[in-house]
Ligand binder design. Sequence first.
Ligand code: ARG
Length: 461
Amino acid sequence: MTLWQGRLPDTAPEVRLFCDSFGFDRRLYAADIRGSIAYARALGRAGVLTPGEVDAIVRALERIEVEFKTGAFVAAPGDEDVHTAVERRLGELVGEELAGKLHTGRSRNDQVATDLRLWLLSEIPGIREGLLSLGEALVAVAEEHLGLVMPGYTHLRRAQPVLFSHWLMSHFWRFFRDLARLDGLVEGIAVMPLGAGALAGNPFGVDRELLAAELGFSGAAANSVDAVSDRDFVAEFLFFAALAAVHLSGLSEDLILFSSPEFGFLELDERFCTGSSLMPQKANPDPLELARGRAGTLIGALCGFLSVLKGLPSGYNRDLQEDKGALFAAVDSLRLMLPVFAGIVRTMGVRPERMAAALDEEMLATELADYLVEKGVPFREAHRAVGRFVRRARELGIPLGELPPAAYREAHPALGDVPPALLDPRRAVERRRHPGGTAPERVREQIALAKEMLVERRRNE
Ligand code: ARG
């Protein structure tokens, strides 16, 4: 039996197969039932339902929720979507006459938009926790290894030395911004569409502000036509998810590279690797690769959903049902990925000797140029002189530090008395002691600030 049985014949089976959404929207059951319980009470206050009717409906809805939770809920052939399924079951429990009153003034258009917002709000704490735990893991490892110097890269070529902790913290700040971005989304999600009806509003005197407060929304939507079609919150969440996944993919790439035998700076805990079906020796970083790939899928979900929204006529259109696939995939991906990353970061081994071995003296060429600047040489001239010097060393196949003083003087007279300490990577790191710089005391401050900010975000839970 369909909801529109009064008007239409039975829907063609192929249409049902294509259009039904119960297969994937059943996971909205708790939100749907919560919304229906609140709506039943609102109808009671408006005098549409008697107190006894409200009670009977609420008790039955609570029972249906338990049925879903325990897996006892049995779908019927007419269950097109979660809203239909719950209403059908309600009819079985309280009689169709009473169940039929619950939908007074309500449409699945305001209902589904309300459910999706409630559901997303209920998922946010889990995603926040994932971001917080990953942030805490990055900070803990950065703190543990404070002082360790590693090569910093640009264009994946050795550039200048930085602290290992500084590199780790560079990833931390990305995820911290994701957390702040997520918290910023709540305001847009917490707007209640219920009471908008199909599009024109509710004529039964439902107190929408009270209803909104009961459901934990910050208020009711200001325009009923907008309320049923507004999926900005989905697009915004998909952007948040895509960017967080981009950040995860960047961390993945660094971890894959740095844990490769060729770099060897890090060692992944083998519990976070998977083996090969053919090559017995392998321990592959599959979770990191899969996350790197998933970022592409999530970017696709964002672009795809924006394309769904583009040019839609106003009001509800069934195109909007596409919101669920994209949103569920984004939420599930983050909830599954974030704990994996926190685990990988916390358990990875750190190999200081491999980092030290990769710190060649050419990475200190900038220090030589800066030294000339301190002697009054204009930077461009200093850059050229040191560049020539590096080229000469390469031609001779001799490391910079082993070239005789004459070679230094030849490159630039002012390089004649370079103190050997200048070619110490630690000195290069320690010189950058402005706020945000890589000097150990600054990175220590950075870590302290990050910890404070994490504690504050946890307080806002
Ligand atoms: N399954 C639909 C959705 O997800 C529910 C709303 C259906 N409304 C309608 N007018 N057909 O959007």
